[in-house]
Design a protein around this ligand. Structure first.
Ligand SMILES: CC(C)(COP(=O)(O)OP(=O)(O)OC[C@H]1O[C@@H](n2cnc3c(N)ncnc32)[C@H](O)[C@@H]1OP(=O)(O)O)[C@@H](O)C(=O)NCCC(=O)NCCS
Length: 272
């Protein structure tokens, strides 16, 4: 027992003592006012400062993905806030609303990696592996993560991210694979299924050197800005509960939308 070390968190991310805070080897005060938050994101998550191009693209993705009006996560934040949740609790609820179908940059990234793996393992050209994966997923009606958008159809964020990635010299194998998949949809679906914003983030992010989970983290970090804004606005502009019959518009929790007309479960019954 006595030769055991006292417990301590072992970490490669940062250390501190009474006078200093050191992040990945850099004094936090040297970083402060010197690097951007996007560069800091890369440093903290990946352990090294990014190249100027990757730093700029990380920042661009953060701006591009931070705010998206009403979405599953912002609506969740608003409902949680309307119940009186504190800012941090409401934001945590919103973050919990990011999932398989919303903010899914990690899932498209995994898909593009699987196409690259398939091409390598089967000796196929990337475009042919992309075509086969699109056809196979369509055959079993499996949705391709990172494609199509429920509201935009052709997501306006995608072209800007792809364009910037080209201009910054980032575009590489994974962007090319994503584009090949989009091209392949024309023959497979009889129409084009467009890469959406998180899909663009997924392929560009891989070409920037991020891992899928790090891309999910990038989405969570930048979208938390929006979630804070929606929570504070809900707190300061609305009365709470989202149900007041005095409100000038019908509220989402209004009684009029919760009556028997909107119920299709079993009819009234008794236990006896
Ligand atoms: C988000 C999503 C649920 C929206 O679906 P929707 O707008 O309700 O679209 P529908 O489910 O009605 O599908 C409409 C058509 O487009 C196709 N489609 C939609 N999204 C598709 C996708 N990701 N991959 C393949 N086909 C897709 C459907 O197969 C359907 O075609 P069909 O009628 O010929 O079978 C869906 O696009 C999806 O699952 N996308 C992947 C997840 C994703 O990237 N989410 C991030 C968005 S921010």
């Amino acid at each position: 027992m006595t030769d055991k070390k006292p417990f301590a968190w072992e970490t490669a991310i940062a250390w501190k003592n009474k006078d200093r805070i050191v992040v990945r080897g850099y004094d936090v005060n040297e970083l402060t006012g010197t690097i951007s938050f996007a560069e800091h994101f890369h440093l903290v998550l990946k352990g090294e400062l990014p190249t100027p191009e990757v730093g700029r693209m990380t920042d661009a993705i953060m701006v591009n993905m931070a705010e998206h009006a009403m979405s599953p996560s912002s609506a969740t934040v608003r409902f949680a806030t309307s119940g009186g949740a504190e800012l941090n609790a409401a934001v945590a609820a919103g973050v919990a609303g990011i999932g398989r179908l919303h903010g899914t940059a990690d899932r498209p990234a995994e898909l593009f990696l699987s196409v690259a793996r398939r091409a390598d393992e089967e000796g196929l050209a990337d475009a042919e592996a992309a075509r086969r994966v699109v056809a196979e997923m369509r055959a079993v009606k499996e949705r391709m993560p990172g494609f199509h958008h429920a509201q935009h159809i052709r997501d306006p964020r995608t072209a800007r991210l792809m364009d910037l990635s080209g201009k910054l010299g980032i575009t590489g194998r994974h962007v090319t694979i994503a584009r090949a998949m989009e091209d392949a949809t024309e023959a497979v679906f009889g129409r084009r299924i467009w890469i959406n914003g998180p899909g663009a983030m997924g392929c560009v992010g891989l070409d920037m050197g991020y891992e899928p989970l790090q891309l999910k983290a990038l989405f969570i970090v930048c979208r938390s800005l929006s979630l804070c804004a929606h929570s504070i606005e809900e707190m300061t502009r609305e009365k709470g509960w989202r149900a007041s019959s005095n409100s000038p518009m019908v509220q989402p929790l209004d009684l009029s939308m919760q009556g028997p007309d909107h119920y299709d479960g079993p009819a009234d019954r008794t236990l006896s």
